[in-house]
Write a protein that binds this ligand. Structure first.
Ligand SMILES: [Mg+2]
Length: 341
């Protein structure tokens, strides 16, 4: 059975949803829960303030998570298909040209190897480094391969290993891409069914991520305050210590938190972003991943417009540009589906 093409609105919702979550979280990245909560009160509630800023960047600037997701979608549009070699060139360029905002160390190291001529298949930072740098940008793979799960698993891993070679990172990228694919479907969303599917797909490449996804079913009914005590430790080797407050950049915990935030309120974008950020920690990334999934489910009008209309990347790639890119990607996907096999 072939799945119908999702609406253009949901492709746009996925990219804008990712960028808005990232932009809101970027202001308070690395901060404790208390700081994140007052930021959310200002931006999502009391008067919907646009006062926040991070360094030279006012609210609306999105960071590396969404810059690299945007480049992944741009590469798809330019090539007419997912082409890891082209995407790797774009990752190298954005670092070499100093356009990256809020860089991750493992991604930067890999980008410099790519720039020095290392092939994309060999450039990824090796284990035990297992940050969320390849999962944070995997949402667009869910758009490209929503109707081809074998292709989705392959592409999520390939786009990931350009910078991260650890299989837990591959599992995280599959989970985020898979969640976007499921969020695009017009069917009732049953959290346990979603998590079982994601565990099965991620389990094709990594058992730690698969086991953690299955356990998340039991934690979904817990309050955020209680759930974070389990999720922040999920997948960590016994005895290891994570010094981060809230959710760290470790791929297992941050992917799980993003899914927890989405699955608590799958039909309410703002509430999901609130949960993703209020916990504190690496919250530009948790909100970017939650935002991509919630945007794919709820469409372009779901992210708050007072932030969406201010989106930009150092003055470029504004809201209109991003919507235009998502529309082009939708047309590429629609044309691919019509092509005889
Ligand atoms: Mg970031």
């Amino acid at each position: 059975m072939s799945l119908p093409q999702p609406t253009e609105d949901r492709f746009c919702g996925c990219l804008i949803g990712q960028c808005v979550g990232d932009a809101i979280g970027f202001i308070v990245e690395g901060q404790p829960s208390q700081v994140c909560r007052s930021h959310l009160d200002a931006v999502l509630r009391d008067g919907r303030s646009i006062e926040g800023h991070r360094g030279p960047f006012p609210l609306g600037q999105y960071s590396d998570d969404s810059q690299l997701a945007r480049e992944l979608l741009s590469s798809y549009v330019a090539c007419g298909r997912f082409e890891p070699e082209d995407y790797a060139r774009r990752i190298a360029a954005i670092f070499v040209e100093e356009r990256i905002v809020g860089r991750g160390r493992a991604t930067e190291d890999a980008a410099l190897r790519l720039a020095a001529g290392v092939p994309w298949q060999e450039a990824g930072t090796p284990p035990p480094n297992a940050g969320n740098g390849s999962a944070m940008r995997a949402g667009p793979i869910g758009l490209m391969f929503h109707d081809d799960i074998d292709g989705l698993i392959r592409a999520a891993c390939d786009q990931g290993r350009i910078t991260h070679a650890d299989s837990r990172c591959s599992g995280g990228a599959v989970a985020i891409a898979g969640a976007v694919a499921l969020a695009l479907r017009d069917e009732p969303l049953e959290p346990k069914v979603v998590l079982d599917r994601l565990a099965e797909w991620a389990g094709a490449v990594d058992s730690t991520m698969a086991d953690a996804l299955r356990r998340l079913s039991d934690w979904l009914t817990l309050s955020p305050e209680k759930a974070v005590t389990f999720i922040s430790r999920a997948g960590l080797p016994t005895g290891s210590r994570d010094m981060w407050i809230g959710i760290s950049p470790f791929v297992v915990g941050s992917v799980l938190w993003s899914l927890y935030a989405f699955l608590r309120t799958p039909d309410d974008y703002a509430a999901a972003i609130d949960t993703a950020i209020a916990v504190g920690g690496d919250v530009d990334t948790t909100a970017a991943m939650t935002g991509a999934i919630a945007g794919a489910r709820n469409g372009l009008n779901a992210p708050p417009s007072h932030v969406a209309t201010r989106l930009n990347d150092q003055g470029n790639w504004t809201y209109d540009d991003l919507v235009g890119l998502a529309q082009q990607a939708w047309r590429v996907k629609a044309a691919t589906k019509r092509r005889p096999v």
